[in-house]
Design a protein around this ligand. Structure first.
Ligand SMILES: Nc1ncnc2c1ncn2[C@@H]1O[C@H](COP(=O)(O)OP(=O)(O)OP(=O)(O)O)[C@@H](O)[C@H]1O
Ligand SMILES: [Mg+2]
Length: 327
């Protein structure tokens, strides 16, 4: 039986751009799917198709047991959506925005008021509740938009980069709310550029690039597939990156040494554990490479992402990034 969110062979083109190139998804009820991918990969397009905002050129989708293409209105009644760009009414106050959503979902005036108050508290907006949204900062708008998506708890939720632009405290607050929702049986599809977030919240992860799902599995499965441990070295001076890279590539058995010039950090996948680490340190020392930090660590989701897409996951994507990706 297909899950609460199901898609098969979704294709969507915009002129020459194949935004979706055959996306398949299956999200079991009551679980969280993390959709990861670089800018322009097709995450928002996927969310738009599944939430009836965009018609695919090809493919099929079923959400909460309802065919998305045949019965879009029914689907809309069963889902909640928080988009990448906050959709709040600027001229209403935070409280009014939330009460309006409650009324749209047929809550009584009293229930809508209570729910709005609860959410304003939850998202640290109580103080600003009676100011119009146009006076809100970017992070406040984002939180208001998220609160609006949570006024009623629909069986299926979509969140497109929910915590982009949130400070750590508010991010944690949202994670808590999400975990409660899911514990209550909600199915969630979440896109994010924060791999830590996917690690923390998602049961399953799909990595998309160029409109295709290029890997899927649990965070642990993906990490295991990326293979072994990493040696990570931070050299003291930029000039020492080059000799350090040479030495590390000898330990990497053909794997490429990843270099972050800015932080002077070099990373290479290895097999051999602590003994090998001692050898690395000895060889660096012999070449006169001064080390600020060195260690052995298991692959992170970021390593998975880089090895699959050749790129870092970026934080805080904007419209401009999208335009760049389209070029
Ligand atoms: N309305 C549109 N018209 C033309 N091209 C579009 C449109 N919407 C999306 N695209 C293109 O489709 C591709 C996928 O875009 P999408 O917004 O789904 O990416 P994304 O994975 O959400 O990226 P980001 O991480 O930047 O949010 C991009 O190349 C984008 O430029
Ligand atoms: Mg997007």
């Amino acid at each position: 039986m297909p899950g609460a969110i199901y898609a098969e062979g979704l294709v969507k083109t915009f002129g020459d751009v194949r935004a979706l190139d055959g996306v398949d998804l299956d999200v079991p009820e009551g679980t969280v799917l993390g959709l990861l991918g670089p800018n322009g990969a097709g995450k928002t397009t996927t969310v738009k198709v599944l939430t009836t905002l965009l018609r695919p050129d090809q493919g099929r989708a079923v959400v909460a047991g309802i065919d998305v293409l045949k019965h879009p209105n029914e689907v809309r009644r069963s889902i909640g959506l928080s988009g990448q760009f906050a959709a709040v009414d600027e001229y209403l106050t935070g409280r009014e925005n939330l009460e309006m959503v409650g009324r749209l979902y047929q809550l009584s005036a009293r229930d809508a008021k209570n729910r709005a108050g609860e959410l304003l508290e939850r998202f640290n907006l109580a103080e600003a509740a009676d100011r119009t949204a146009k006076t809100y900062s970017g992070g406040m708008r984002r939180r208001l938009d998220l609160a609006a998506a949570l006024v009623v708890s629909p069986p299926v939720m979509f969140m497109d980069e929910p915590t982009t632009g949130l400070d750590p405290r508010n991010r944690q607050a949202l994670w808590d709310v999400i975990q409660e929702l899911v514990a209550g049986g909600t199915t969630l599809l979440l896109t994010t550029q924060y791999l830590e977030e996917a690690d923390h919240l998602a049961h399953d992860i799909c990595v998309v690039d160029h409109g295709k799902v290029i890997a899927r599995g649990t965070s642990d499965e993906l990490k295991a597939r990326t293979g072994g441990e990493r040696v990570e070295v931070v050299v003291h001076q930029r000039e020492q990156i080059s000799p350090a890279r040479e030495i590390l590539s000898g330990f990497g058995r053909g794997a490429e040494v990843a270099v972050d010039e800015h932080t002077r950090k070099l990373t290479v996948p290895v097999t051999g554990g602590a003994k090998l680490l001692a050898e690395v340190i000895r060889d660096l020392d012999a070449r006169g490479v001064e080390i600020d930090d060195v260690g052995l660590r298991r692959p992170t989701l970021d390593d998975v992402f880089i090895s699959l897409t050749g790129r870092h996951a970026e934080n805080g994507s904007t419209n401009d990034d999208n335009e760049e990706a389209a070029k």
